[in-house]
Write a protein that binds this ligand. Structure first.
Ligand SMILES: [Zn+2]
Ligand SMILES: [Zn+2]
Length: 436
């Protein structure tokens, strides 16, 4: 009993953790080699054919129950532990990006493609190659200790996190739709993201809202075309669109309770007109919405059409607004987070597990977290001693990951799985209703 009161780091490590750590250390070279091969052969969303074939072959060789072509190119595998218990899902995303690699490494990507009509390189510029290799390593470790596992592990290798090609479904949303969280029903899900600006050895996380919900909007402003010299004889959609852009700025600053979470409304493009002296018929705008709180997201969805249509009406123009809902808030279930952080602290050291500010970027792991309690954290992939400002951000041609962070990634997912199973009380926590 007294043992439970001791800080996790002072407790003797369980024999299964010692064994898993040894296995993970021994796998480092293999995992790095897998990562390099995947890095050199990146594939875009819903086209991860070679990557998923490699994953499936590995999982088959480990003796797992493997399902392929899940949500197009996804792979899902089941590992049954020797003892009864909960179902823990572990997720890795597999897709690369239309970015031309500039990093000079021997395993540099030479893949090119055509994307949205432009010729471009393809690169693992978000580090999903690391995620695939790490989770392949985790599968090997957990398969080796399966007799000691008190539950079932579901490995989810997910396509198209960065979005599916135009007109296609994909990613976590499609996996959930196809029932990836059922049969057997998942009780909790864990996932990590390597980070190019967090030092190797460090883990960052945030309870609750961690990454923003993202939506896209478009506004078509319709006026009446006329001569640029005589604006009074028409309705000017350029001036109206300008007023709408300014009006949209007041949504975050005047309508949202900004102490509850951050939000952003950005107009990213405006198109209209053809010549200096013609007031055009129409102006089109597109933009993005980010919100770390789903109530605030709803308010933005209500206010954009109100602001746009009423400003247009006041000018005698008409505004058509459409909003496309993309990803929900990446929301770490607070009680699951509180339960699992000691596991990470015992593994990496308390001072190496830090709370990070929320991000206005998005992550489709959020679709899993909408259905089951989930915990998503960031794994250091920046070389030790490097300055953050010198480390290239994700999605850029100089993006670089130090493979020295991989073993901690493998161990962290293994330890979370084993501790969650050990602490299992018979029912999963409901997805928290505290989500705002
Ligand atoms: Zn990304
Ligand atoms: Zn990513």
């Amino acid at each position: 009993m007294a043992l439970a009161l001791l800080p996790a780091a002072l407790q003797a490590q369980s024999p299964v953790k010692t064994r898993m750590n040894q296995l993970a250390d021994g796998l480092e070279k293999k995992v790095v080699a897998w990562r390099r091969e995947i890095h050199q052969n990146p594939e875009l969303g819903n086209r991860e054919f070679q990557t998923s074939a490699k994953v499936a072959a590995h999982l088959h060789a480990l003796g797992l129950e493997v399902k392929t072509n899940v949500a197009k190119t996804g792979v899902v595998a089941i590992l049954k532990g020797g003892k009864p218990g909960p179902v823990v899902a572990l997720r890795a995303d597999m897709d690369g990006l239309p970015v031309t690699e500039r990093v000079d490494v021997p395993f540099k990507s030479g893949v090119t493609t055509e994307y949205n009509g432009q010729k471009t390189g393809v690169m693992h510029a978000c580090g999903h190659d690391s995620h695939v290799a790490i989770l392949m390593g985790v599968a090997e470790v957990l398969a080796a200790v399966k007799n000691d596992l008190k539950g079932t592990v579901k490995f989810i290798f997910q396509p198209a996190e960065e979005g599916a090609p135009a007109g296609e479904e994909g990613g976590a949303k499609l996996m959930v739709k196809e029932g990836v969280l059922d049969n057997p029903k998942v009780d909790a899900i864990f996932g990590l993201h390597i980070n190019s600006q967090t030092e190797v050895g460090t883990i960052k996380y945030r309870p609750g809202a961690t990454m923003a919900a993202v939506d896209w909007f478009s506004i078509k402003v319709k006026g009446k075309q006329t001569h640029g010299a005589a604006p009074w004889s028409g309705v000017d959609p350029v001036v109206t669109a300008s007023q709408i852009v300014m009006g949209l700025q007041t949504i975050v600053s005047r309508n949202l309770p900004i102490t509850e979470g951050a939000a952003v409304v950005t107009v990213g493009a405006i198109h209209g007109g053809i010549r200096q002296n013609i007031i055009p018929e129409e102006v089109n705008m597109i933009g993005t919405i980010r919100a770390l709180n789903s109530e605030m997201q709803k308010t933005i969805h209500r206010r954009i059409p109100e602001v746009a249509t009423n400003i247009a009406e006041s000018a005698g123009a008409k505004a058509d607004v459409s909003i496309e809902t993309m990803y929900p808030v990446t929301y770490n279930d607070p009680s699951l987070t509180e339960q699992m952080v000691p596991t990470l602290e015992a593994l990496a050291g308390k001072e190496k597990v830090v709370i990070t500010p929320a991000q206005t970027g998005a992550e489709d792991f959020s679709f899993f977290q909408e259905k089951v309690p989930g915990f998503f954290y960031f794994l250091g992939g920046m070389p030790k001693g490097k300055k953050v400002e010198d480390a290239a951000p994700h999605h850029t041609p100089d993006f670089y990951i130090d493979e020295g962070g991989f073993v901690l990634g493998i161990k962290s997912l293994c330890h979370l799985t084993v501790d969650y199973m050990d602490q299992w009380k018979g029912t999963a926590a409901a997805v928290s209703s505290k989500k705002k």
